[in-house]
Design a protein around this ligand. Structure first.
Ligand SMILES: NC(=O)c1ccc[n+]([C@@H]2O[C@H](COP(=O)([O-])OP(=O)(O)OC[C@H]3O[C@@H](n4cnc5c(N)ncnc54)[C@H](OP(=O)(O)O)[C@@H]3O)[C@@H](O)[C@H]2O)c1
Length: 384
């Protein structure tokens, strides 16, 4: 079975070969414009975090590309993973950063910053001890994203957080600041703190939904798993609605390449080259299974009539749709995408293995009985 290392190396070799073949030959492969030489100069990278979902993808890519990686975290999450790496212990919540003092790196890569004061503290250390800071932010910095059918780009307005919320942020439940009401505004302020401490030396990367093997949030994973169950599958809303996600392995590799290529500035880190619709996505899920599948499309009104919840109960569905996130800037700086079919197939294989030993989260996806009820209503409407 191939590993993440193998796949990263294969992808890198493919890009290297493609870049040697010339522009005409590479066009159909959609190779990023800024494909770098391989092997790149060895870098010494510090990851603030590193052991949950995105972190391992960054580590795998960095090691495959010949870099040295050191982790900084509390040692609570998957502490036994990557035994070969140096692990510095500390806690951003309590400003315990002593283990970082005087340690020199080419770059800090920050996957665990949610609170502006925490990022200000680490970026201050990085200003003295590293050439660059890569901060993993989010498209949730745009208040308009999700609430409008217009596209957002890197110049779109970003959110903020009221002072009274900021003042008590350290006492606020972590899940509230990491995914809740103030998540996007906090991330926008984190970006600003990094840039303030290291002007012109920061890459603020704004991913959309990060997906792929090891994603425990199940918002994307639910679909390949559901379609693989076969039968009549309730397909939500407008078949032409845009789907934009980023494979964790593509994002992990790009975080590393941003260091190698000295990428600085603000970038939306989302897929794809061209438009992928809900219909395309579900069709790709069908291609990943051998089960017979029939999609039954229900429009927004029918789903709402049956009180089907957006995004979590019906993953990736937003009633009325929403605008896209422009990604041209990131593509121009080397962000590349593996085929969506590969992401779906790998995610499904991973989920099948996981399902042998544990129940998948169950936080997402419509219950089978409710799905059957809505499908029956759609069919009855068609007949009537
Ligand atoms: N998932 C998505 O769809 C999505 C979308 C857009 C943006 N993002 C962003 O992408 C990033 C994804 O992060 P991830 O969780 O996958 O990253 P990760 O680097 O794989 O895992 C998080 C790391 O942070 C460490 N950590 C947590 N609290 C800490 C603390 N107080 N002090 C020091 N270390 C701490 C954890 O280890 P310990 O627990 O051992 O400390 C763990 O190693 C986040 O910044 C998120 O905002 C995610």
């Amino acid at each position: 079975m191939s590993t993440n290392h193998d796949r990263d190396l294969t992808q890198t070799r493919r890009r290297f070969l493609a870049s040697s073949l010339g522009a005409a030959a590479i066009a159909p492969l959609a190779v990023p414009a800024a494909a770098a030489a391989f092997p790149p100069a060895k870098k010494r990278l510090l990851i603030l975090g590193g052991t949950s979902f995105l972190g391992p993808a960054i580590i795998d890519s960095a090691l495959a590309r010949g870099h040295e990686v050191v982790l900084f975290n509390r040692g609570k999450t998957n502490a036994e993973h990557y035994p070969e790496l140096e692990k510095l212990r500390g806690d951003r919540n309590t400003d315990d950063l002593a283990a970082l003092a005087g340690r020199k790196f080419d770059a800090y890569i920050d996957t665990s910053g949610y609170v502006p004061a925490h990022v200000a503290a680490t970026a201050k250390l990085a200003a003295e001890n590293a050439a660059a800071y890569v901060f993993v932010s989010t498209v949730s910095v745009y208040p308009r994203f999700g609430g409008s059918s217009e596209d957002v780009d890197e110049t779109s307005e970003t959110g903020t957080v009221p002072d009274d919320v900021l003042a008590q942020i350290d006492t606020i439940n972590a899940s509230f600041r990491e995914g809740g009401r103030w998540y996007g505004g906090l991330k926008a302020l984190c970006e600003a703190e990094a840039e303030k401490a290291m002007p012109g030396r920061v890459a603020n990367l704004r991913p959309g939904l990060i997906v792929g093997p090891r994603d425990s949030s199940d918002r994307f994973t639910w679909w390949p798993v559901r379609v693989d169950r076969g039968g009549e599958v309730l397909a939500p809303g407008n078949p032409q609605a845009k789907v934009q996600v980023i494979d964790v392995r593509d994002l992990g590799e790009w975080c590393v390449r941003c260091v190698e290529d000295e990428v600085r500035g603000v970038y939306n880190a989302v897929g794809f080259q061209g438009t992928v619709t809900m219909q395309d996505f579900l069709g790709a899920c069908r291609c990943a299974t051998s089960q017979p599948v029939e999609f039954v499309w229900a429009d927004d009104a029918t789903l709402q009539e049956h009180e089907v919840g957006a995004w979590m109960e019906m993953p990736l569905w937003i009633p009325g749709g929403r605008g896209g996130v422009r990604n041209e800037r990131a593509i121009a700086k080397g962000l590349g995408f593996r085929p969506l079919g590969d992401t779906i197939r790998d995610t499904l294989s991973w989920a099948r293995e996981e399902a042998k030993t544990r129940k998948l989260s169950g936080r997402t996806g419509i219950a089978p009985e409710k799905e059957a009820k809505v499908i029956a209503a759609v069919k009855a409407k068609r007949k009537g």
